[in-house]
Write a protein that binds this ligand. Structure first.
Ligand code: LMR
Length: 396
């Protein structure tokens, strides 16, 4: 019956992470998947999340189906986190938000909406982008193209070339943008560049689609939402998928959202209705548990303060590891420019290592990176950073 089914080649990130789990070598180092590990290479369990769960367990509430769009307290907390409390777009009810199965689920529901209501639109993603973006939009039937982004020579952004390409796109083209902590390069637009980009997107009637998976890992919670707030302030309609997997360390709860900022409340109601319809015909409604953890952490002042403190500590540790890896590499190879490690932000940097060099690191040293050369800095700690630096220099 199933001989004709094509074998799955595996996922460049998730399958690699599974291979790491199975690797019996005790000195192995996981710098592959975008997961925050602490100094002891453990997945942190945040106290705010634990407290929220204790409260939920004590309340012993029944577990009805949530509405198709998810829980109201979660959805409003998400809007405030992204746009800032009391933003005009929220007060005017022109934001349609659904609770999603991770930000991946949100991205996909948004992609299906675009396919249905903007059937001739293509999507443009940064070159390079997260390994799953292309597959996600193509499988929704949307043609995927790239715009210039990463400048391998400088570790910066090819901003002029990016603008040139975006300027040439037909109206209603979708432009996928990383709101912060660009995945896989760690190279973000500056606030000044966002402020140059926003009017272009508006004038050309393009549809920005922001991916905000790492809010709080770049410069801070509000700072990392700069792009979203600049678009909303400028009256641009846009999509934004956001995640709590990393920021609250609740990966397996699959907790994220999709928001569509619309011109007015009437259009937001239409959009929300179609998002509900897509959810119903895909998975009916989202799960309760993770969303309620997030809603409590965001809205209870004590839990919120505890979470913000933990998130700042995660951000600071990543920055410290950037500094330590840079110092170790420069010491071993003084002539080589590793400055990109210090300027890039978030969990990732682009090392420039080839797939063959990455393979050598994995096979010979049990050090796992994605084959694009992306390194996940949060997998580093004081105990492995020198070993990793020495191994990188050996394959360079
Ligand atoms: C990553 O890029 O490693 C993370 O976003 C995890 C994933 O789902 O790929």
């Amino acid at each position: 019956m199933f001989h004709h089914v094509a074998p799955f080649a595996g996922d460049p990130i998730l399958s690699l992470n599974e291979a790491f789990q199975k690797d019996p070598r005790s000195n192995k180092v996981n710098l592959s998947i975008g997961i925050y590990f602490d100094e002891q290479a453990r997945l942190p369990a945040l106290d705010a999340v634990h407290q929220a769960e204790l409260r939920m367990a004590a309340a012993n509430q029944p577990k009805p189906y949530l509405p198709m769009e998810g829980a109201a307290n979660f959805r409003s907390a998400v809007q405030a986190l992204i746009l800032g409390d009391g933003h005009e777009a929220i007060a005017s009810h022109r934001v349609a938000t659904i609770q999603a199965v991770g930000s991946s689920g949100g991205l996909k529901v948004g992609a299906e909406f675009i396919k249905q209501w903007f059937p001739t639109s293509g999507v443009w993603v940064s070159d390079p982008t997260w390994d799953n973006h292309r597959a996600m939009f193509e499988s929704a039937g949307i043609p995927v193209h790239t715009y210039p982004y990463y400048d391998a020579a400088t570790g910066g952004v090819r901003f002029a070339a990016m603008l040139d390409t975006l300027r040439s796109l037909p109206a209603h083209s979708v432009v996928l943008l990383h709101a912060c902590c660009h995945n896989p390069t760690g190279t973000d637009l500056t606030n000044a560049q966002w402020l140059e980009l926003v009017p272009l997107l508006k004038e050309r009637q393009l549809i920005p689609y922001l991916d905000l998976a790492y809010q709080g890992f770049g410069e801070g919670i509000a700072q990392d939402a700069f792009a979203a707030r600049a678009l909303a302030d400028a009256g641009v309609s846009f999509f934004i998928a956001n995640s709590f997997s990393k920021s609250m360390s609740v990966y397996g709860e699959r907790c994220g959202a999709l928001s569509v900022v619309c011109p007015d409340a009437q259009q937001a109601a239409l959009v929300l209705g179609q998002l509900q319809f897509t959810v119903r015909r895909s998975y009916s409604s989202p799960p309760i548990h993770g969303g309620q953890i997030v809603a409590q952490v965001l809205t209870d002042p004590a839990l919120r303060a505890s979470w913000e403190q933990d998130l700042a500590a995660m951000r600071d540790r990543i920055l410290a590891m950037r500094v330590q890896l840079h110092a170790a590499l420069v010491k071993l190879l003084p002539g080589h420019d590793f400055g990109y490690l210090l300027t890039q932000r978030g969990m990732f940097s682009y090392t420039g290592l080839s797939a063959a060099q990455v393979d050598r690191l994995r096979e010979e040293q049990a050090i796992y990176l994605v084959r694009s050369g992306r390194i996940c800095i949060s997998g580093l700690n004081a105990g492995n950073v020198d070993v990793v630096a020495a191994a990188i220099v050996q394959v360079l």
